[in-house]
Each structure stands twice: as structure tokens, then as C-alpha cells.
Design a protein around this ligand. Sequence first.
Ligand code: KIV
Ligand code: ZN
Length: 519
Amino acid sequence: MTPSRPIRIFDTTLRDGEQSPGASMNLAEKMEIAQALEALGVDVIEAGFPIASPGDFASVREIAGAIRGAVVCGLARCNDADIDRAWEALRAAERPRIHVFLATSAIHREFKLRMTEDEVVARAVAGVRRARALCPEVEFSPEDAARTEIDFLCRVVGAAIDAGATTVNIPDTVGYATPQQMHRVISALRERVPGIDRAVISVHCHDDLGLAVANSLAAVEAGAGQVECTINGLGERAGNCSLEEVVMALRTRHDHYGCETRIVTQKLVPTSRLVASITGIQVPRNKAIVGRNAFAHESGIHQDGMLKERSTYEIMRPEDVGLERTDLVLGKHSGRAALSDRAKALGYQLSAEQLQTLFERFKVLADRKKEIYDGDIAALCEDQIAEVPERFTFGGYDIACSCGTSPRVVLTVAQDGVARTVEVNEGDGPIDGIFLAIEKLTGVTTVCRDFRVQAVTVGKDAQAEVTVELQPVGAPRGSPTFRGRGVSTDSLEASAKAFLAAVNRVALGNEARIHPQKS
Ligand code: KIV
Ligand code: ZN
């Protein structure tokens, strides 16, 4: 039997993923995700773009200092300032990598860079050399490679390898490629670039035409040894190749690809949920691998087949991707040890203090809700992990409302331990009334840019998970939004908690977040 070919998984959730509109994360959140990625078994974590902002620099530096095992990578354009700044952030890493990029397509050369082919090659070579003088691992990306003339692409890639690049990454920056084309490009590089074997060939596909995973797999078939991807397919515009999809395709169709990754697939769903809860970008129910319906069989014929033999309709086992069983797991009388075991099995690493709070909240929930599912426990754990430092804490509400009239809301919020209550008699329904009461009590006025409610599990008593995104009043369009999340069996309470969490972020200002604008 021929041995499996190893495929390196390069995760860019914290860099390209963070470029998804509304997905910016603060340092603590990025660190949480980096640790989850390390546990997931990714080979390379692209932690950010250090020159983009002081926040990006700080998070790359912290992650570089904390992660052991995986390579930690920082992005830089092909200029001295970017490369030096990236190295400053990365130098504490056990295994640092500088990732330099420069556009190569005719469109970018002519309209963006205003550079000739020779100038592009010279700049790429200078950038790779400078990075290589600092760092033993250097990745070079010819941006918009998929729209670059193949002769010129071969020339630039060859020059980058001669200058010391250890990985050459082929980005389909605008998501324009097709699988056959990607296959041709990688094959051409392997056939025509002298010294190509001295570097790992990587691929970085965007999903504008919904082809990112297919294109990445085609590149692997043609010989690529690294795939760049993100959890939940987050990323600029329509996103990047989804990590969970490409990994499970390689694993499930090992007979076809003959490749393997180091990913601990049982951690895919917990990692996906962690990223969704931190970014506030939920995955669609029918999303492959990690969507709530990905393993749900609805039709009678399918259910009958499943009962007789799972493989009739199931090509992967839900437990292989870490999907919880939907049966009842814990109840009112369950103890701390059972809860801790379950949280661990779902992929959550909690400190003793977090576990204590989790247990207290679990008991409150068990009083309200008879059946507690894995999804409920996951929601409580995510609350712990994504907890925002609080200036204001929720104290409770009393509401009277009826159709067609303004609600009467009496709401209590504590600030620095002192509880204050306000009554409002305005608003378009109870949720609007609650939001107005919170603004009145905290003095923070905002514009609501997004509001979403979804059920965490099944049944009429399912917990509601609410996410809101706010902008301070008067903030210019396009400026950062502040996210908040709240979970409760009472959807009004969940809304109040989510709104207050976002208000806490607004009140803490930019210190609590990383500015999302990238060059
Ligand atoms: O899409 C792209 O071209 C990129 C590069 C920086 C690799 O993200
Ligand atoms: Zn990209």
C-alpha cells in the first residue's frame, strides 16, 4: 500500500477570517481561538498582520509567545517596514514564519502597483531575502496568482524560491479559478519551475463562486502540500476554503486523494462553535460538516435505511467530527464532575473558576429547563469563554406590554456593584423597550446594526441565543461594530444580556477590541 501523503493545514481564521465584515476579535478572543486551533492539530496558525494595527501586532506577539507545536505566522507586504514589524511580533515563537505577499497579475501590476514584471520580481526577491535573513521559515504569496499569466507566475515563484522561500502559496485572491484551472496551474509550477521541490506548494482559495474547497482539493490532487483555510470558511467577502470541509473530504475520500492531515477531527464541531460564538457569525444549519442539520435525517425512507444500516445514508459518523448526540445528557441532579466531563468531551477547556461559574449557571438552567442537552452546555461554556469584562451587569426586568401599545419596562442594571433601576414607557415592543432602558441607565447610546435570535437546542423550552451588533451613535459608516451575546430560556432576558454585553464593549472602547481595518 502506498503511504498517505501528508497535507499541511494552514489556518488563517485569525487573519483572513478576521477580514470577514463584522468578525473582528479582541486579544483574549484571538488567544482562545489560537489555543483551540493548536488543540485541533493545525500545522500553521496565521495569527494576524502585525503592521496593520497595534492590536494586530499585540495579538500576533502574544500568540507567538503562547503556542507550542504549531508554526505561528504573521503577514507582511513586500517592504522592509512590514517585514521587520512582523518579525518583531513573531520572534518569541517556537516556530515562527513570515508570510510575504505581492500582487503579480497584470490587472494588479498595471492598476494597483504600477510596476513592470521586472520590478515585481525584484521586489518579491528583496522581500523574501529580507524575511529569510530574519526567520528560518518564509512563505511567499503572489497575490491574485490565479489571474496571473502562467509564464510570469513560474518566473516569480522560481525567483522567490531562489531567494529563500520555503513555502510558495498560490492564492486565488478573487475566487475566480475553476478546479481544472487550479490543477493546471499547480501542475505547471511542478513541471516548469526549477527548484520547486525545495519549497512546499500551498494553495489559498476564496469562495466567491462557491468553489474554494473544490479548487483547493484540485490543487492537492495536482501535488500541493499545504492548504490555507479558515474555520467555518470565514474570510474576506464570500470567505476562504472551509477547514472542516477540506479536511473531511480528504479523510472521507482517502481512497481517492491518498492524503492525510494531522487534524483531530473530533474537535471540528467544538472549534466551529467557538469561532461562531466569538465572531457572532453563525453557520447555516445546512452547512457541510458543522451545520446543525449536517447529520439530521428527515425523510422516512432515509430514517428507515439508517435504522437498518447507517452506511446507507451516512458517509461520515457524526462522532468523528465531534457532533453531540441530541439525547438528554444531564439533569437537575447531575453533579460538578459529570458537568466537567461533558464540557471536556465537547472540547471546552475551562479553568477551575470558569467551571465553578459554569456549574452555578447550569443549576439555574436546570431549574428552568427539564432536559439539558449538549447544545445547552456548549452555549454555557461559550458564554464563559467569550465573557466580556463588565462595567454594567444585568440585574433583572419587569415588563408589561400588549399589542399596539408601548411597553412599560422596569429594568435594573448594576454599575460597580451599585444597582440602579429605571422605568421607560416607550419603544416598539418589549425588546426595543429593554434596549432603550439599558441606554438610559448606562448613558451609552447606540445604533443597532444587527439583531439575531436562534434556538440553542430543540423543544419549546430551548434556550434562546441572541447576538447583537451595535455602533455608538454618530460613529461614521464602516467604523467598527461592537458585538454582544446572551443566552437564556427567556428570549427577552437573552436580548437584554446580549445588548448589555455589547454596551459594555462600547463603554470599554477600543482597548477591548482590535480595529478591523486592514490595508
Ligand atoms: O487572498 C489573498 O491573496 C491573500 C494573500 C495575502 C495570501 O489573503
Ligand atoms: Zn485571502
